[in-house]
Design a protein around this ligand. Structure first.
Ligand SMILES: C[S@@+](CC[C@H](N)C(=O)[O-])C[C@H]1O[C@@H](n2cnc3c(N)ncnc32)[C@H](O)[C@@H]1O
Length: 341
């Protein structure tokens, strides 16, 4: 393995843009969740948390729904060449399992791990190297919610690393390469109206999308949310989420992080974590000051929980159709095979 990696970084993650997004988070008192994956330390904390709590790591049945989704996606793809585009790839574990299966089925695979965090795409790259050689792996860093030229971003990544990916005349991706997009565990942390138009715009008519979401278990939606609250309100999650505020100079004794269930748009409920200040604190970012008084709060994080019906409905609203689904017996996670409606 070479001692260097090429990573394409889109302007949506250039320092000036990230600074602007940080100021917006402090001004609106709603932290953009991308800031919880910014540093190597935060990435490490999230990966530890994921290892400890993610059902895909700890529940064989949950792993099985992914395996079924992977097999169905592989069966749907006729082309021999497949590019897996991992949107919000995280540590790349799920994408790596998918790529392994595609390879075992005789596909020639390439991998485009995409994430807002450079540390994450590099971790995903490292994970996948057991299955995909480094010259077939094209890491991209961009903000999925704000990059408005996503098709080009993904293509640019290939232009840099893999000239064979393109048809020579058009400089557009060759049509005999099937594209399989993954969007695992991403939807809960975005406002659906912000992210789903982006996802829909990124999909070409024949693209296949594997999509997963954390769900509220059981037939009583509100009761289901109460049941999964402890998966958020725990020491590892608190430690991970507090890193953002502590790095900005907030002290633990300035207040308390509280988790609650809140109602959102589209008949969706979410777990929200807010830091409630019990004493005044000024946060300074370069020359900008943000004053918090005792009694003020800032929303640090939220996670929308869906039901399978709510997933179908929200995808349909943005021209996407979930043709197949696999739901864990726990009712807490679902995998959906999606195409353009
Ligand atoms: C909950 S993790 C899911 C990771 C992985 N897909 C999985 O299922 O294990 C969310 C991932 O989304 C990334 N992320 C957060 N905001 C993003 C954004 N605006 N654009 C792209 N990636 C983002 C984070 O860095 C993190 O890797």
């Amino acid at each position: 393995m070479s001692s260097a990696a090429s990573v394409l970084i889109h302007s949506s993650q250039f320092p000036e843009t990230v600074r602007r997004d940080l100021l917006a988070s402090l001004r609106t008192r709603r932290v953009n969740h991308k800031f919880h994956y910014d540093s190597v330390r935060q990435t490490g904390k999230w990966l530890a948390l994921h290892e400890a709590y993610s059902p895909t790591r700890n529940d064989a049945d949950c792993r099985a729904i992914y395996d079924k989704g992977f097999a169905a996606a592989a069966a749907q793809i006729r082309s021999r060449r497949v590019d897996v585009i991992g949107l919000g790839c995280g540590g790349g574990q799920k994408d790596t399992r998918l790529l392994k299966l595609l390879k075992a089925r005789g596909k020639a695979v390439t991998y485009t791990p995409c994430d807002v965090s450079a540390a994450m795409v590099l971790t995903a790259r490292e994970t996948v190297l057991a299955v995909v050689p480094e010259e077939k792996c094209f890491p991209c860093v961009f903000d999925l919610a704000t990059a408005d030229d996503l098709q080009n971003v993904v293509w640019e990544g290939r232009r840099a690393g893999d000239p064979n990916y393109f048809g020579t005349a058009t400089r557009r991706p060759s049509r005999d390469v099937a594209r399989l997009l993954t969007f695992f565990g991403m939807i809960p942390n975005f406002e659906p109206q912000d992210i789903l138009p982006k996802l829909a715009a990124l999909m070409r008519p024949k693209d296949v999308l594997l999509f997963s979401a954390n769900l509220a278990p059981g037939s009583d939606y509100a009761a289901g949310l109460k049941r999964i609250l402890p998966q958020y309100d725990n020491a590892l999650t608190r430690d991970w989420l507090m890193t953002f505020l502590l790095d900005l100079g907030v002290e633990r004794r300035d207040g308390e992080l509280k988790f609650a269930i809140e109602a959102g748009r589209f008949d969706l409920k979410r777990i929200a974590a807010r830091f409630h200040f019990r004493r005044a604190r000024r946060i300074e970012v370069e020359n900008r000051r943000f004053n918090f008084k005792a009694g003020d709060s800032i929303r640090v994080f939220f996670s929308c929980r869906y039901t399978p019906e709510r997933i179908h409905k929200i995808l349909a609203r943005y021209g996407l159709e979930a043709c197949h689904q696999w739901i864990a017996r726990s009712g807490e996670e679902g995998v959906f095979l999606v195409s353009r409606a």
